[in-house]
Design a protein around this ligand. Sequence first.
Ligand code: CA
Length: 571
Amino acid sequence: MRATLAACLSALSLLLALTGLHVAGRAEAASPAATPWPPQYKAGGTRADVLGPDGRTWFPDWTYAGVQGGIPEVGAFAPIDQFGGRADDGADDGEALQAACDAAGRAGGGAVVLGEGTYYLDRKVLITSSGVVIRGAGRDRTKVVIRYNGTGNRITDGVIVFAGGVNGERRLLTADARRGDASVSLEDVTGLGAGGWLMVEASGTQRWRSLIESSCRLTPRMAMVRIEAVRGNSVTINQPLRIDFPVVDQPYAYKMAPIERCGIEDLYLTQAQRQPKICTVLFIRSVNCWGRRVTVEWTGRMPLYGSHVKWMEIRDCKFNNAHDMGGGGTAYVGWQYSFDCLMENVTTRNMRHAPNLDWSCSGCVFRNSTFYYSDAQTHSGWCHENLFENCVIVDPRGRPAGGGSYGHGFWATPPSDSSHGPNGPRNVFYNCDFQNSGEHAVFEDEMVRYGPTGLVLGGMNENWLFFYNRVLSRGPGILLRGVQFDHIIKGNVFVVDQAFPAVVVEDPGRTRGLEIVGNTVYGGNGALVAAGASAVALDQANRALKQADQVPPRPSPEVPSIYEWERRARK
Ligand SMILES: [Ca+2]
């Protein structure tokens, strides 16, 4: 059946190419597909939305991303030498680093300073106090060699771990909390006050899993928020919610006890053991924490990672090579269960999925960063409203192949993925460059017919925005699978394989509201999009050109950064 459909589309495409039309529609006009829930993002207009520079497109609000007020310059607490640490003596410095961090925490914070030379960690280091920073003399001067070889075999296990306190009991919401709301009503507000932290969460009820057709047991909807005020049973929060938390799914909130304003900076780390499945540096249950000017070579799992964190910032870092690669490997660069985090000026090589988001991450921003030999993903559990901006994805298959990438520039996990589930609304790609132009194999059998694709959206995806990207692909540019609606694809440059249009809609009966404006496709079959006519709401000012002799340049939009534009607009 697929072959027949492909043949029909191919014939239609030829016809339409001859007549100069760009939308390859089926002959019979179908009525618009019903969406599984009422579309709400394209209309915008809530307190969670920002009207973009074109005066027409509503964007998520990313002005919350990163350490609030910028990463601080924290004063020195003590050199590690005062606690028995010695560079270049071949002996463990883990005991000394732990003792120094404990003392800094007791003193109310400060930087534990490592000097020039090589230090060794033969044990884990756990920081549970706010304000503690681990600082080297520069990543070309301070080297930390991790010889520790144990592992709890959990993703949330690391060699250097900054961890907040335990979560409180669940308190049910007593009314729907809607996208754009800046308060939640709780059955019990005991012990809650201004400045405290809440996680609002709705879990994967049968209703929700049916609605989003998720084969995954876990499909969390989450938001980590600061309490501004408590009046009666109403808790005012620091920012509008990005998604709904309807009472029909018994949403709840729990108090968090995060550590705040911890960081690691100016050093080089490497895991010398081949086997440990363990993160190098992990922040968990934390707020306003950071890593900057850090190089990690040969991490186990994630090189520098956040789980259940908010306003975390990773800046000016390099992450190269990981032990935990291949199928099931967890060499990820990004976050899970995390909110309004920022990654900027980072270069990675030979990770598995980078940049990568898991489990209901929202408001996170990756920008001005280059990722060699890994694929970008929203990799599980309803990640929504995240921004990929001026990210360059180079040869996502990996070098050598077999690193565990799925083989496409970007992959959003589908509802049929029982380990990961589908992703949520309005993730945005702005002025990125996907360079997937090499011949190579792809991860799933059913993807073989497409080959190495630019971006693949797995389904249940609402109002994703693709603005001003360049997509170099050996298959189609963007592949939309299953339920897809209200995406805006604007101002992109595509170079695609001759068998495909720039955008493939795999299930036109479940796709609607696509706006495809001002794009240029080089090569391909001469069409911008293959879709049922009912799937496309707007097709305007697109160009299909023959394959260029040289790789065409990236788009140069009037507003090169939507992130900076929003921050300027807020002032
Ligand atoms: Ca030593």
